[in-house]
Design a protein around this ligand. Structure first.
Ligand SMILES: *[C@@H]1O[C@H](CO)[C@@H](O)[C@H](O)[C@H]1NC(C)=O
Ligand SMILES: *[C@@H]1O[C@H](CO)[C@@H](O)[C@H](O)[C@H]1NC(C)=O
Length: 542
């Protein structure tokens, strides 16, 4: 590990300490390494978990509430970025986008993905004899060597990117941004142009397209049965496993079972309840197979997509008032709390104390070093990491997380990857503020803050009133965050293992089973269920 730290910067040591203090191997080898199930919800808000909202406010997540009661609720846990690809890249590499190269989203036509120089969590567990499986949304490049089965997963079933990035014949609530390409249109000469600029949404198994366009209404059941199959097969095999489940819930298009009243709010709540039942089904399968040896972690990839109005989730009290009063959204795509503070629950009977909470400042990047530590696997020493080993928080009631946690710009105006804000203790400093599009279309301008805008989240989780510049408290925090930020920037600047992602696009890079057919159709199902699909897919999970 010595080779990692030629520069003994305090900030850097802090960032690395989780890895440097890697738990020594226990005396007498553990008979069994633990299984890991990581469930990542899409576009979920901190307030969407009932248990975060307090008694009686809502009743949409009973299975997750129970999991929290039997485990640990992490209340100050953050997605590593405020949009999809950079968040997932940081989770799987334990590194900020400034190091792993993924600073914004990939497109359906992206030629590449997560740089091949990056080492992934599944790859390291795979080498340590874990069976590694992924279900759901990948969004880190789908071409050739960039797909999940080339990046450390033994098995993959899912959608290569977001479920609104393509046409489907059976769109859900808030349609994908292109008209459905029905078979009548593919025969006619009056094909809508959009139908050709977007390919049909594919469902992939390993590196093969199994259905295109995919019927999104079938995903929940497919994911539930695949997860159950994987858990049972792992038990038969007698090898530990990693199951990474990146759900389509609750990203639009929403495809919940029919709601009694199809108003927008009910559609979102029904979708949330469906997600909760899916999580419950996975937990039941795991409990039945290997309860005492399985860690389940539920978290989110970023905050709610506010501009989807009634089809987006709840940030709870983290409403970003400073930004809102100036126009624009303050959730997904932004570095306001609503953009990255995500509902998180950890469950491991007998190992994680039941019915506990921790307000340790943690990040999705910590999943990488924490799982490796629990599996007693050492990460490669030829690179630097930003995640910390949170074993002490998970297993021993620890309340200490990151000394500094940085939030990169990943979608609001400004340069991608820029470290806009710094968290330390209960304080949060903004060097740059930026807004996303709000429901209704309002946007705000990005603004530089010199000196930084500093909020104390303990005094106001809504980020409304910044500290007065020049007070002793302000000066102390400003000095501290400047030091932390400089240390990190210096550490990245001197990191010989920084990767650069290729974001080039080429229409022919989109996954397509039959390029000559509209929407790249294959295995096209019969076109009999245009409006009746909600009735034909009854939901049997839960
Ligand atoms: C969990 O903790 C809460 C609050 O401390 C308490 O009201 C509740 O009864 C506990 N639940 C269980 C199952 O122990
Ligand atoms: C796009 O990809 C196709 C097929 O691989 C290739 O022939 C073409 O030159 C590429 N176009 C660009 C602009 O790179």
């Amino acid at each position: 590990m010595g080779a990692l730290t030629p520069l003994l910067l305090p900030g850097m040591l802090m960032l690395m300490c989780g890895l440097l203090l890697h738990a020594p191997s226990r005396h007498g080898a553990r008979v069994k390494k633990p299984n890991f199930i990581i469930i990542l919800a899409d576009d979920i808000g901190w307030g969407d978990l009932d248990a975060n909202q307090g008694e009686g406010k809502s009743n949409n997540t009973p299975h997750l509430n129970l999991m929290a009661e039997q485990g640990l609720r992490l209340t100050d846990f953050h997605s590593p970025a405020s949009t999809c690809s950079p968040s997932r890249a940081a989770i799987l590499t334990g590194r900020y986008g400034l190091r792993n190269g993924v600073t914004h989203n990939f497109a359906a036509s992206s030629v590449a993905g997560l740089p091949l120089s990056e080492v992934t969590l599944p790859r390291l567990l795979q080498k340590a004899a874990y069976h590694t499986a992924m279900i759901g949304k990948w969004h880190l490049g789908h071409n050739g060597p960039y797909g999940p089965t080339s990046r450390g997963f033994d098995y993959y079933l899912g959608v290569p990117y977001s479920n609104d990035m393509g046409c489907t014949d059976a769109p859900g609530y808030n349609l994908p941004p292109c008209p459905a390409c029905d078979s009548a249109l593919t025969r006619s000469h009056e094909r809508p142009r959009d139908c050709y600029s977007k390919v049909g949404l594919p469902l992939m198994e390993n590196s093969r397209i199994v259905e295109q366009p995919l019927d999104p209404w079938t995903l929940t059941e497919r994911y539930a049965s695949a997860a159950t199959r994987i858990i049972h097969a792992a038990r038969q095999r007698g090898r530990p496993y990693l199951l990474y489940m990146a759900l389509a819930h609750v990203h639009v298009p929403l495809t919940p079972p029919p709601a009694p009243d199809a108003s927008g709010a009910d559609v979102f709540a029904a979708s949330l309840r469906e997600m909760d039942r899916l999580v419950g089904a996975v937990k039941s399968a795991s409990d039945a197979a290997d309860k005492d040896d399985t860690l389940i972690l539920f978290t989110g990839d970023n905050g709610p997509w506010e501009r989807k109005c009634q089809y987006s989730g709840s940030v709870g009290p983290f409403v970003g008032k400073w930004q809102r009063s100036r126009g624009g959204g303050s959730a997904k795509q932004t570095t306001w709390e609503g953009g990255h503070r995500v509902p998180t629950v950890a469950y491991w009977p007998g190992r994680i104390p039941a019915n506990t909470t921790s307000s340790a400042l943690l990040s999705g990047m910590d999943i990488f070093p924490t799982l490796l530590s629990l599996a007693e696997v050492s990460p490669p020493v030829d690179r630097r990491y930003d995640g910390i080993d949170a074993t002490n928080v998970l297993l021993h009631g620890g309340q200490t997380g990151h000394e500094f946690l940085f939030h990169p710009n990943s979608g609001a105006a400004g340069r991608f990857g820029d470290l806009q804000t710094v968290r330390t203790g209960t304080h949060k400093a903004f060097y740059i503020t930026g807004a996303a599009e709000a429901c209704g279309g309002a946007t705000g301008r990005p603004q530089l803050h010199e000196p930084p805008l500093i909020f104390d989240l303990q005094r106001g989780e809504a980020e409304e009133t910044p500290l007065r510049v020049g007070t002793p408290e302000y000066r102390a925090i400003a000095e501290r965050v400047a030091r932390g930020r400089e240390a990190l920037l210096w550490d990245i600047a001197t990191d010989g293992s920084v990767s650069t992602a290729d974001y080039s696009a080429n229409a022919s890079a989109a996954p397509c089973c039959e390029p000559t057919r509209a929407a790249c159709r294959c295995n096209a199902h019969t076109d009999t269920h245009t409006d009746t699909h909600t009735d034909t897919h009854t939901h049997t999970i839960g």
